[in-house]
Design a protein around this ligand. Structure first.
Ligand SMILES: Cc1ncc(COP(=O)(O)O)c(C=O)c1O
Length: 389
């Protein structure tokens, strides 16, 4: 089956956060969903289920867990058991359950900065503290781990969790097996539990490979929760579904207790169906999407290099959220956000909202038809030209 990623779908006026937040004449290239229709097998399954016209409590079967396990096995070679899988309403709630299950109020949670902005929100909202570990930008556009700083933070007895984003949003870094193994060993050494958010693991570009954290060693498997959600890949975030993968039985019990205490085990019939179909029938879509996004990324890079050299794309290994260094525009982030929104009429994410290390950056979502990307870049070029002498 071939999916048409060039198709332009009207989302304006559909109660859609991406399109209905800003003025109608703004091209939205910000929040992390795609402008692609979701795979036909999902649409067909949802239609068929909706036609039944009765939407009562579902019986819990293991088809959901089998679908999650099958995807991990086929796509990443991680042989997980279905009873390691726990349904969650999304990834962020899963992170919160894990934090409540494996840490205490007042504890510290290590986060690599800059980071996906809800991380430093949910940590203090649950009475824990953020322990920031900055990623270090390298000359070749890649990002290095500050291992010394990382170990210092882990050594602190108040540190009980490391919240990893693998692959990393917003830098687009894919962690190597060696890096993940080293993280796992250090965390085990200091008794720090690892939560690995792997929501972006499906979109990995040529030359890089995603390793699920729990797959890198037994040490890692015994000390982690891996959180996944097909929402980013298949554009089904509105269904609010996800899964946690917990290889260790005791850890799984602790996590499940938290889910039960919060009465968060109810499943959404449409969401579970969408996940099951995505993970069993839509490999073709993910493969074609990666290829399409690679084309968008190459286009973006070439365009900026040739026409807007003030904006630089580093080494992007994963995700459709592109971290762009705009320091050469010499604006503070508030002015820059205003400039792109009002002068170029393109909405991106303000890098400063990603915390430490985000100043001078903007994040652009390129998961849209090529024609939309072209138009957004033309607008940006025109606006930046006005700044030049
Ligand atoms: C790294 C990361 N984690 C989690 C989420 C949100 O996931 P969910 O909607 O499943 O809570 C996003 C969305 O952009 C994300 O980028």
């Amino acid at each position: 089956m071939k999916h048409n990623f060039d198709e332009v779908v009207k989302r304006l006026g559909t109660g859609c956060k991406k399109w209905d937040t800003y003025d109608k004449d703004v091209i939205p290239m910000w929040i992390a969903d795609t402008d692609f229709t979701c795979p036909k097998p999902i649409v067909d399954a949802i239609r068929k289920r909706a036609e039944h016209e009765v939407y009562g409590y579902p019986i819990i079967e293991s088809s959901y867990e089998r679908a999650v396990a099958g995807w991990q096995r086929r796509r990443f070679g991680w042989n997980i058991k279905t009873d390691w899988v726990e349904y969650t309403p999304a990834v962020i709630p899963a992170i919160v359950y894990a934090m409540r299950a494996f840490t205490h109020p007042g504890d510290r949670v290590v986060v690599q900065m800059p980071c996906y902005h809800p991380f430093p929100e949910v940590i203090p909202h649950n009475g824990r503290f953020v322990a920031p570990n900055p990623l270090i930008p390298q000359k070749d556009g890649s990002w290095a781990i500050d291992w010394k700083g990382f170990e210092e933070l882990l050594k602190d007895p108040r540190t009980t969790m490391f919240l990893l984003c693998n692959p990393h949003n917003p830098t687009g870094k894919v962690f190597t097996k060696a890096e993940l193994t080293r993280m796992a060993n250090l965390c085990a050494k200091y008794g720090v539990f690892v939560v690995s958010d792997e929501i972006h693991s499906d979109i990995v570009y040529k030359g890089s490979k995603h390793y699920p954290f729990g797959s890198v060693s037994d040490v890692a498997a015994k000390n982690c929760v891996v959180c996944v959600n097909p929402s980013k890949t298949f554009n089904i975030a509105g269904f609010r579904t996800g899964a946690a993968i917990i290889p260790d039985k005791h850890n799984h019990e602790l996590f499940r207790n938290e889910v039960e205490n919060l009465k968060a085990f109810g499943r959404n019939i449409f969401g579970t169906l969408a996940v099951e179909v995505a993970y069993t029938k839509c490999d073709y879509y993910a493969d074609q999407e990666i290829e399409y996004l690679q084309g968008n990324l190459d286009y973006l890079r070439k365009f900026l290099e040739e026409k807007v050299p003030e904006m630089k794309v580093g080494k992007v290994q994963a995700t459709y959220l592109i971290w762009i260094d705009c320091k050469a525009l010499k604006m503070d982030n508030k002015t820059m956000m205003d400039f792109f929104l009002h002068k170029a009429k393109v909405a991106m994410n303000d890098g400063a909202t990603f915390g430490l290390g985000g100043e001078g950056y903007m994040r652009m979502n390129i998961a849209c038809p090529r024609s939309q990307l072209e138009e957004a870049l033309k607008r940006i070029e025109k606006a930046v030209k006005t700044l030049r002498k």
